[in-house]
Design a protein around this ligand. Structure first.
Ligand code: NAP
Length: 265
């Protein structure tokens, strides 16, 4: 029996990278997306091909759900339970940037509500729901090296870096850091490991509009490793957690940021 994962926001970008990596490792997957059914279908096809290259036989299904919506979250979990049974891994990846980057003194309530609902409230309530199901489900044997169940939050360097032109995003990601600690503390007794991955500047649709700005910053030495990150970089960290390579850790933060988080002198 393959281990099973639900990845939110896996139609594109980092979520798709995570899906591909887990597919190579032989996981059955639920690929969640918000609107882009065609991209989700591409992710499924790419995952099946990736699994095939490793002679893995996996099931990959997609499901449209807005993680900010209570109804949609419930439907998503019901779909996962009906199709793959109990989940071994939840990756809270779906997230949005502000539609407009506004100075802190001009930022709108509408943007704040959107960012908090999608990046913080949705992952909180989805995790609560999935964690209850994980606790209730018996631990199945697996063939892909995964032992305990896990929950991963994809936050950002914005969890601790103040960008005054997108304060709502920073606040939402700082909150995700506390979500990780809270669930790690609460779920350890149930053998569920909880981790936060903090990506730095990763080449996806989300950062496409600011590509020139970040090209210049990276060339100028913003990050000790002078290149853009890729979805695969983040996916490798997920794979390490999913494959149980950190068995005595929980509440841990993995920085996948080319060294951005270090202070240097
Ligand atoms: P992206 O390329 O814009 O992709 C976002 C994904 O999330 C898509 O699959 C999208 O689905 C889905 N999504 C958006 N809103 C959703 C909702 N309400 N419900 C369900 N799914 C939703 O973004 P990304 O760069 O891969 O970012 C992924 C995560 O990493 C986000 O949490 C982001 O904050 C975080 N992050 C990104 C970077 C970076 O530099 N890119 C850095 C640090 C952290 P559709 O395709 O249907 O729209």
């Amino acid at each position: 029996m393959n281990p099973t994962a639900l990845i939110t926001g896996a139609s594109r970008g980092i979520g798709r990278g995570i899906a591909l990596e887990l597919a190579r490792l032989g996981w059955d997957l639920i690929v969640n997306y918000a609107r882009n059914a065609a991209a989700a279908a591409e992710t499924i096809e790419a995952c099946l091909n990736a699994a095939q290259t490793q002679s893995r036989n996996i099931q990959v299904r997609s499901f449209q759900a807005d993680i900010a919506s209570a109804d949609d979250r419930e439907k998503l979990v019901a779909f996962a339970e009906n199709s793959v049974g109990s989940l071994d891994l939840l990756v809270n990846n779906a997230g949005v940037a502000p539609l407009v980057r506004s100075d802190l003194l001009e930022a709108t309530e509408e943007s704040f509500d959107r960012l908090i609902a999608t990046n913080l409230k949705g992952p909180f309530l989805l995790t609560q729901r999935v964690a209850r199901a994980m606790i209730a489900a018996p631990q199945p044997p697996s063939t892909s090296g995964s032992r305990g169940r896990k929950i991963i939050f994809i936050s950002s360097v914005s969890a601790y870096t103040a960008s005054v032109n997108r304060g709502d995003y920073c606040i939402s990601k700082a909150g995700v850091g506390m979500l990780t600690q809270l669930f790690a503390a609460r779920l350890a007794e149930h053998g569920i490991g909880v981790f936060e991955i903090r990506p730095g500047i990763i080449a996806t649709d989300m950062t496409h509009a600011v590509q020139a700005k970040y090209d210049a910053l990276i060339q100028g030495g913003l990050t000790p490793i002078r290149r853009w990150g890729t979805p695969e970089d983040v996916a490798k960290a997920v794979a390490a957690i999913a494959s149980d390579l950190l068995p005595f850790s929980t509440g841990e933060v993995l920085n996948v940021d080319g060294g951005f988080h270090m202070r240097t002198l």
